[in-house]
Design a protein around this ligand. Structure first.
Ligand SMILES: [Fe+2]
Length: 249
C-alpha cells in the first residue's frame, strides 16, 4: 500500500510518524510514500533533518513540488539528497507500485507577495502534459486542485478567486484518470465525475490517504501535535502570510 501525504512544510518527521500509525493501524507495511507538495525544500531544514539529526524516511518517498519550496535551490537540493527522497518533475510520468502517475507540482498564480518565482504552473508545462498519450496515465498527482470540483476557498483568501489552476480541465479531459490526488488547500475534499475520483488531502499533521490495489483510496484522519516552529514558518508568520495556527497553502 502507498501512503499519500502532503503539506509537511518542513516538518519531515510527521511523515515517519504517519507511516508508523498507518502500519500499526492497518497491519501491513507501507511500500512507499507519495508526497503532494509543500514538502519543504529548504536547505537549512533538510540539513537539520538528514545531516545534523541523521534521520531518514522509514520508506522510499517520492514528491512533487508545491508552492512553498526554495525553487532556486531545488535542482541542487534534490541532487544532494537523492538518496533520501525522489523528486517527480512536472510533466513526467512514473510507474510506482504498478500505477502510472502523472506528476504536476506547482500552483495557480496567487499574487506577487505570496507566489514565489517558480511556483506557478506554466502553459508550457500543461502543454508538455498534453503531449503525453491520454492512455499512458492512471492517476494524476498535483499540488493545487483542479478547477470546477468545488474545493472551497480558505476564509480570507476569497479574493484570489475560485480554487483550481487554469487548464486543469484539459488534463482531466485528455487523460480521464481513474484518480486525481492533490493537496495545498489543507482540506479533506472528494468529488466524483464520470471518469475520475478526486481526493484533496489535508496537511500532514491531520492525516493521509492510503492507495491500495484496484485504485482503492482511503482517507485516514490522524492528528499529530506540531513540533517546534521551523525558521521558515516563523518568517511567514511574521510577514502575516500565515497565522500561527494555520500553515501556508
Ligand atoms: Fe501549497
Amino acid at each position: 500500500m502507498i501512503l499519500v501525504i502532503c503539506d509537511t512544510h518542513c516538518y519531515f518527521d510527521m511523515v515517519n510518524r504517519q507511516i508508523e500509525y498507518a502500519e500499526s493501524s492497518v497491519g501491513r507495511d507501507v511500500s512507499c510514500v507519495i508526497h503532494l507538495g509543500d514538502f519543504g525544500i529548504y536547505r537549512s531544514h533538510l540539513h537539520d533533518f538528514f545531516v545534523k539529526k541523521n534521520k531518514r524516511f522509514r520508506r522510499p518517498l517520492y514528491f512533487i513540488d508545491g508552492n512553498h519550496e526554495d525553487f532556486d535551490a531545488l535542482p541542487w537540493l534534490i541532487k544532494k539528497y537523492e538518496e533520501c527522497f525522489t523528486y517527480l518533475q512536472r510533466g513526467t510520468v512514473h510507474t510506482i507500485a504498478g500505477y502510472r502517475f502523472l506528476a504536476l507540482g506547482g500552483t495557480a498564480y496567487m499574487d506577487s507577495m505570496i507566489t514565489q518565482k517558480g511556483a506557478v504552473i506554466t502553459d508550457q508545462q500543461i502543454n508538455e502534459c498534453l503531449g503525453i498519450p491520454g492512455d499512458a496515465v492512471d492517476i494524476i498527482l498535483t499540488h493545487d486542485c483542479p478547477a470546477g470540483i468545488g474545493v472551497p476557498n480558505t476564509p480570507g483568501l476569497e479574493h484570489f478567486g475560485d480554487t483550481g489552476f487554469p487548464r486543469s480541465g484539459e488534463l482531466a479531459a485528455h487523460f480521464k484518470p481513474k484518480l486525481w490526488l492533490f493537496g495545498h488547500h489543507h482540506k479533506w475534499h472528494s468529488y466524483q465525475d464520470c471518469h475520475t475520483a478526486y481526493y484533496g488531502l489535508c496537511g500532514a499533521w491531520k492525516g493521509f490517504g492510503i492507495l491500495d490495489d484496484h485504485y482503492r483510496f482511503t482517507i485516514m484522519k490522524h492528528t499529530l501535535e506540531w513540533e517546534k516552529t521551523p525558521f521558515i514558518e516563523k518568517i511567514l508568520i511574521k510577514l502575516k502570510i500565515i497565522r500561527p495556527d494555520a500553515p501556508p497553502q
